[in-house]
Design a protein around this ligand. Structure first.
Ligand code: ACM
Length: 518
């Protein structure tokens, strides 16, 4: 009787699925996918089998996620007599390319190494997240997938200077990034309102500089201790996410200057104490010492030094005797040349640490070593700056405000958040972004484009509730834009899959924006 019921249930399920559109229910959409007319019954009797010890981390991740996501505890076995999920090494090219093959008896995930297999595991976890539940088991629809990313840089930036979100929220974001195969977490840790990372040799940076936020100058100090930074970097690494710290300079330095005023280069009426002092030799020693600590904490060997919007607060430079003397000594004619001198000095410090210099697109006006420098094109209203960046041969990450600034509103009716005249960053705008449509991008410089990134600036995002609203579900569209080739993208199919993910957001109490509910 039980069996009959079960068979009837399966039959009904087949019929429902036969009428459904056959879209692989994975975001980002895989390169190649084919539905297999079978279900894999996943329950606590299923074994995870690892063919090579090096794949144990991917196996552990699968094990932990199946337990937390589906309450199914699996063991990792050497050999299995029962139905199994097998992780293997294959000679596939590409550190991130994987193959997922499924039938009723076995699920096999293979790739060139742990990261590749990890992405196969993530796709499987997405399939299990939408699986039908029968008592004690998951009925996972079988798919064969061959997959690889369009871009190697699939980034998300979080501004924690304007508002601080803390370890638990950052870990949650890293979890979702991993779920969507995003792999670069750019951490904007310093700016005007606050400095958010402990520096052992300059403790006031965090203790004094960490006080306040964009909306409340009196919030007690909030910052990451070096121990917490290490914990987050490790947590991200387990999810194949590289964490890149940003220490913004010479502008956006207000919080640091409040802590150590001797290195302030002044500011403007609107942006007081905005810059570091470019004319004092001590500034370079001070900042290099800070960067040495930062570099020791982050294994990425990439230091983002900002370099943006210096003109907001360099009014005092031309009147400063030390800056004047520097200009004479180094034959610098303009404030922009002083700014570039500063960036060159700091870039040299970064290169001397065997790290890459990352910066916003202002630095494209300089001539820095191409292999050691990555430029972030953000000024969507200045396409010529992207042209310059690419013409000069820089490696480039695309994060134009529209559509990749997630502090911009995502619907014409929304009023809290930014707009550019009437333009904003809707879900579909994020989804439809195509690098090939940009001025300056041609077939000869496509390979300089490392990828895309969304930036969550937080002037108008004061708490987790609003952070969720601005990040979800645009993070899913970002992921598909970053991972899936243009030929595989289809907005209607994406939306169909995304609506299933809303259920997952609900389960985790993510306060997402639902653009389909009018
Ligand atoms: C920026 O938005 N100032 C990089």
């Amino acid at each position: 009787m039980k069996f009959k019921l079960f068979a009837a249930f399966l039959l009904a399920l087949f019929q429902v699925l036969a009428h459904a559109q056959h879209i692989c229910p994975v975001i980002p959409q895989p390169s190649v996918s084919a539905e297999v007319p079978a279900f894999f019954v996943l329950n606590k009797g299923t074994a995870i089998v690892v063919d090579d010890e090096s794949l144990l981390p991917a196996a552990r991740y699968l094990q932990k996620q199946l337990l937390s996501q589906n309450k199914i505890p699996l063991a990792i076995q050497q050999k299995a007599k029962v139905a199994s999920i097998r992780l293997s090494l294959s000679k596939k090219a590409g550190a991130e390319s994987y193959q997922l093959e499924m039938n009723a008896q076995e699920i096999r995930i293979s790739g060139a190494g742990n990261q590749a297999v990890f992405y196969g595991v993530v796709s499987l976890l997405q399939l299990t997240s939408s699986a039908k539940i029968s008592p004690g088991s998951l009925l996972v629809k079988c798919w064969n997938i061959e997959d690889r990313p369009a871009y190697g840089w699939r980034g998300l930036m979080l501004d924690e200077s304007r508002h601080f979100f803390g370890v638990e929220k950052v870990k949650s974001i890293l979890n979702w990034m991993a779920f969507y195969k995003l792999n670069r977490f750019h951490w904007h840790l310093t700016d005007e309102p606050a400095w958010r990372i402990e520096i052992k040799n300059y403790p006031r940076l965090a203790l004094a500089g960490g006080i306040g936020s964009y909306t409340n100058p009196y919030t007690p100090a909030q910052f990451y201790t070096q121990e917490q930074v290490t914990e987050i970097v490790q947590y991200a690494a387990e999810r194949h996410i590289m964490v890149i710290p940003e220490i913004d300079m010479p502008g956006h330095a207000t919080a640091a200057n409040n802590a150590y005023p001797q290195f302030s280069g002044g500011g403007s009426e609107k942006h007081p104490e905005f810059t570091f002092h470019p004319g004092k030799e001590g500034t370079y020693t001070y900042l290099t010492d800070i960067l040495r600590e930062i570099n020791a904490l982050f294994p990425a060997r990439m230091l983002h030094l900002g370099g943006d919007e210096v003109s907001f607060g360099n009014d005092k430079w031309l009147a400063d005797p030390d800056v004047k003397s520097l200009m004479v000594r180094k034959q610098l004619k303009t404030v922009q040349e002083v700014e570039q001198y500063f960036m060159q000095r700091m870039a040299d410090s970064v290169y001397a640490m065997n790290a890459k210099l990352l910066a916003w697109d202002e630095v494209a006006d300089m001539n820095l070593p191409k292999k050691e420098t990555i430029v972030f094109w953000w000024r969507h209203d200045k396409p010529q700056q992207l042209q310059t960046t690419l013409d000069k041969g820089y490696q480039t990450v695309l994060c134009p405000r529209i559509p990749f600034y997630f502090d911009f509103v995502q619907d014409s009716t929304h009023s809290l958040g930014r707009k550019w005249n009437k333009a904003y960053s809707g879900l579909k705008d994020v989804y439809d972004f195509k690098a090939a449509h940009l001025q300056g991008v041609n077939s000869s410089n496509q390979n300089q484009i490392l990828g895309v990134q969304a930036n969550v600036w937080t002037e108008t995002i004061a708490d987790n509730y609003r952070l969720d609203y601005m990040l979800y579900p645009r993070i899913a569209a970002l992921a598909e834009t970053a991972w899936s080739s243009n030929g595989k993208k289809n907005y209607t199919s994406f939306v169909q899959n995304l609506k299933q993910h809303f259920l997952l957001y609900n389960n985790e109490r993510i306060n997402y924006f639902n653009p389909f509910k009018k």
